[in-house]
Design a protein around this ligand. Structure first.
Ligand code: GLV
Ligand code: MN
Ligand code: MN
Ligand code: MN
Length: 411
């Protein structure tokens, strides 16, 4: 990573270029930066250095989030204005999902420092851990832990693909598990949270506008399904009488797609599937897969899951297999704080209000503190993929919009 030049104001593009080699995935393309991987730790270190070079005071909270404070002379951190995002990624993700919000926050801070003379509120830039849930399965794990939306026991027992618990990974990264979990004191200090994020669809591209204000986040959940059958030899086992969980799982994937298609506005995705043991000449003994379902009406999400569960049970039985389905997480539809949103409409004149189907830490925090989002145009409309894209000029407009929004909140 290159060193930043601390004597001039940063640009988002300049900051993003400093981290452009970290966690590059040469196999899948894009970036793979799971929480507490070498890449994510390197990015955290980069963030700490960036914050310290700006004179911010950096701390890591009990749950592993980094907080960089632009304090008041009095040191009073009550009713603080907080902005930030995450540095972890999905496997083979794009460069902007998360880091754009962090780089924009640093750039916005530089602008604010040179133009805000008087203020009554401290400002913090935060980096939340495991927003994607790509390592431990539960998205927004940092904010869920802070707010108590997940129990500490459940969180600590989450496992990654290698079977390592979150507790072990947290400990080996210097966290004390006794200090993890709900943090009402820290939460109570947040007066408002604004997260800037790359848009993950084509809304702004179609409106031909560089930035939008977030309206709502689609309710969503994750479920883990496990289909078990009889592992056996691919050559010696006749087709009749097989209990092959891969065949059952394949039918479930198609059924899930068909069920979701019948429900307007529903999205259902199976993006991760793991046959056990996973051999070319082995009939699997089990197939584990993850289901992501989203719909604006939480009751409809519940009904969809019920229908999927019933259908999957029938399909498992018809292949002589068994099925278990467990909910990993469930988040209601979130509408962002109306007062904060309308306050953003002052400085972000003409910015449209856009809803999103993607989850964010701002969505988890919204149940506890006034929260809002700013989206930056992504002309590809693609995200969670290397093709995610932001024009340099739009990135700078986004940071300036964030600075304008925050400036209006510092008093
Ligand atoms: C996270 O980015 C999600 O929406 O799944
Ligand atoms: Mn994100
Ligand atoms: Mn994401
Ligand atoms: Mn997200």
């Amino acid at each position: 990573m290159q060193q930043s030049n601390t004597t001039t104001l940063s640009t988002v593009t300049g900051l993003m270029s400093q981290i452009a080699e970290t966690g590059r995935d040469t196999l899948r393309g894009g970036y793979t930066r799971p929480v507490y991987s070498h890449a994510e730790i390197e990015l955290r270190q980069w963030f700490i250095e960036q914050a310290q070079s700006r004179g911010l005071s950096v701390e890591q909270d009990g749950n592993g989030a980094l907080w960089a404070w632009w304090d008041l002379p009095t040191g009073d951190r009550t009713d603080a204005v907080v902005t930030g995002s995450h540095l972890d990624s999905v496997p083979g993700g794009g460069p902007f999902d998360g880091p754009l919000g962090v780089a924009s926050a640093l750039t916005a801070l530089d602008m604010l420092k040179s133009r805000v003379q008087e203020r009554t509120r401290a400002l913090a830039i935060v980096v939340f851990p495991e927003e994607e849930g790509s390592r431990f399965g539960v998205a927004c794990l940092g904010t869920r832990m802070m707010t108590g939306a997940i129990s500490l026991e459940k969180a600590l027992n989450l496992r990654d693909q290698d079977g390592t618990t979150f507790a072990d990974v947290a400990r080996s990264n210097g966290l004390d598990t006794r200090l993890m979990g709900p943090d009402p004191t820290r939460l109570a200090h947040i007066g408002a949270f604004v997260e800037l994020h790359v848009e993950q669809g084509l809304g702004l591209g179609e409106l031909d506008h560089p930035v939008a204000i977030g309206g709502s986040i689609l309710g969503h959940g994750r479920w883990r399904l496990s289909v078990t059958g009889q592992g056996n030899h691919a050559g010696t086992t006749l087709m009749a009488g097989r209990r092959d969980p891969m065949v059952a799982a394949a039918q479930m994937v198609v059924a899930i797609r068909n069920i979701a298609r019948e429900q307007p506005h529903a999205r259902a995705t199976v993006g991760r599937i793991e046959p056990v043991p996973g051999g070319t000449n082995v009939i699997a003994s089990a197939v584990n897969f993850w289901l992501d379902v989203r719909h604006p009406d939480d009751a409809i999400t519940a009904a969809l899951i019920q229908r999927i569960h019933d259908t999957a049970l029938d399909l498992a039985a018809s292949e002589g297999c068994e099925l278990s389905l467990n909910q990993e997480s469930l988040s209601p539809t979130v509408t962002f704080d109306a007062t904060l949103t309308s306050r953003l409409q002052g400085p972000l004149t003409n910015a449209p209000v856009l809803d999103t189907g993607a989850g964010h830490d701002a969505g988890v925090l919204a149940a506890h503190v006034p929260s809002a989002m700013i989206f930056v145009r992504n002309p590809s409309g693609i995200s969670h993929s290397p093709e995610e894209y932001v024009e340099d000029a739009d990135a700078e407009i986004g940071a300036a919009a964030l600075a304008d929004a925050l400036a209006g909140m510092l008093n």
